[in-house]
Design a binder for this molecule. Structure first.
Ligand code: CP
Length: 315
């Protein structure tokens, strides 16, 4: 098994990785650990934070960076043994093996297709890519998980609250498009894994994969979930029943000041990008309670901690 960063379960000691991320921030760590090494960043989907923070994190560790954009990629065949006489140009095994021969670490973003829930929950693309790669792979958001975001979220919570075990509400929010479940599932997995008390609120039919939510309380009452918590984490995700289809049926789930007042002086979190005044109101996003920019900034230190950890274990 190569030294991939795929999920919470890839990390033996997540608490010390969080601590190291925070130390990266406080000490403004610059190092030569990655000198003469290269990271390849493969983006099959758009990105602002992941792309810039991972690139800068690699620079601070002295790595060279190659970025490869999805619109430049040949279409990838996923099936082993496929007769490739239709519309797919390159097999994922060939792409992964070739990219591995150019770089020392690969980061890949490959979003959920939002057509086939089983395929997305199986995380087919990144799992195949990892299996064919001969170098460590970092999950920059796959169909099922976004562990770089979650590590930044945990660093943010540690920065604000120290080692305290927190009451956390992860709440579904409205959005004009159907979105993947990756951020919510990954946050849930990390928050439960770190021992926080997690409640997940969503409309009926919006269940997440229970592999990542076991240990959380599930409710369909958003206000009940928010009452008395330290953290309100908002995210939209697709319905499990009408998979990949958007709805306006629950537009009253927008996070606003009145809902935040139910929390225990709680802080508001979201991974960004965010649809303002749809997911949450401007008043919430621009308030003292909002941690959205701290989370985004901490993506840099999360990426630095992950890359450093991989480089150390490859030494
Ligand atoms: N939160 C996050 O992953 O942002 P980007 O999609 O812009 O990278």
């Amino acid at each position: 098994m190569k030294n991939h960063y795929y999920s919470f379960n890839s990390i033996y000691d997540p608490s010390s990785l969080i601590r190291r991320g925070l130390e990266m921030k406080q000490k403004k760590v610059i190092s030569e650990i990655g000198k003469n090494k290269t990271i390849g960043l493969v983006f099959l989907n758009p990105s602002l934070r992941t792309r810039m923070s991972t690139h800068e994190a690699a620079n601070r560790l002295s790595l060279h960076v190659i970025t490869f954009n999805g619109q430049d990629a040949w279409s990838w065949e996923m099936e082993e043994g496929a007769i490739m006489n239709v519309n797919k140009t390159e097999h994922i095994k060939d792409a992964a093996r070739v990219i591995s021969s150019y770089v020392d670490i690969i980061g890949i973003r490959c979003f959920a297709g939002l057509k086939d829930i089983e395929e997305d929950r199986n995380d087919t693309v990144i799992k195949k890519f990892m299996s064919y790669s001969s170098v460590p792979v970092i999950n920059l958001e796959s169909a099922a998980l976004h562990p770089c975001q979650s590590l930044a979220d945990m660093i943010t919570m540690r920065e604000i609250y120290g080692e305290k075990k927190l009451k956390v509400a992860l709440t579904w929010a409205p959005h004009p498009k159907a979105l993947p479940q990756a951020v919510a599932q990954s946050f849930s997995q990390w928050a439960i894994g770190m021992g926080h008390d997690v409640v997940i609120a969503h409309p009926e039919g919006y269940d997440l994969d229970t592999s990542f939510t076991t240990g959380a309380k599930i409710t369909h009452d958003q206000e009940e979930a928010i009452r008395g918590v330290d953290i309100v984490y908002a995210k939209s995700w697709t319905s499990e029943i009408d998979y990949g289809k958007a709805t306006t049926a629950y537009n009253n789930w927008t996070l606003n000041d009145q809902k935040m007042e139910l929390s225990d002086g709680g802080r508001f979190m979201h991974c960004l990008p965010i649809r303002r005044n749809v997911v949450a109101t401007d008043e919430v996003l621009d308030s003292y309670q909002s941690l959205i920019y701290t989370q985004a900034e901490n993506r840099l230190y999360a990426a630095q901690a992950i890359i450093e950890k991989i480089l150390k274990s490859e030494q």
